[in-house]
Design a protein around this ligand. Sequence first.
Ligand SMILES: C[S@@+](CC[C@H](N)C(=O)[O-])C[C@H]1O[C@@H](n2cnc3c(N)ncnc32)[C@H](O)[C@@H]1O
Length: 242
Amino acid sequence: MTGVRPLCTTAERICTTTEGSDPAWPADLLYGRLLATAAQQALGGGPAPRAGVRSIDGSLEPLALDRWLGGLEAADWAALAVAAAPVLDLGCGPGRHLVALRRIGKRALGVDLSPVAVQLARRRGGAAIPGDLFGAVPGAGRWNTALLLDGNVGIGGSPALLLRRTRELLATDGLAVVEVDPPGAPTYRTRIRIEARDVVSEWFTWARVGIDGIGSLARRARLVHEDTLNAGGRWIALLRRP
Ligand SMILES: C[S@@+](CC[C@H](N)C(=O)[O-])C[C@H]1O[C@@H](n2cnc3c(N)ncnc32)[C@H](O)[C@@H]1O
């Protein structure tokens, strides 16, 4: 797997890899295609397409399309309860948290790399814009809460950099609501790709962060680990920008 190197990176093109002649898709493009299919199948009461996330160590987890297109669990509601508006949902996906925030009267905006995810979020009634959270984000420095839920602390593969970026987006006293792995779980950088029945994505860098590792990462980003929420087996760190 380490020999796989995409030879092109533009989202419009399918890449050729060094692994045989199978084409590897840009990850955002394949994710968008699977999301669109899952949304369409959900309308007809059908199951989401079978897809997984392969780690460079060979392990495979399901790609949670159903979850992202579905509703909230207790941990999500607990996270939204502590969120002060305006809320910025970083990597909002198809917008389940945006929809819930709207329902409880908290103003929120989602940002997501995937135009398909943004379109689905808007269709569900959320406010969302396409874009890279490391790029231009409206209202930078004025958000009272930033959400990094459901593994999104792994975006980009450098949680320290991601938390520094999150700090920049927050207002003074703003809160980063960051989902992490349970006690005992390691903090590490990895490479992953999306795998579906007939196609794979290019490999991209990701990270996993355990609750035991979040304190030092927060300090490096000049955030204060103020509290931790724990509901339904999920762990959410609350990091304050002083
Ligand atoms: C694991 S999904 C989570 C979706 C959503 N937070 C939820 O819990 O339903 C991760 C999302 O992050 C988005 N994403 C990844 N890198 C990003 C970046 N640099 N800027 C903005 N969004 C990004 C992906 O397109 C994807 O929709």
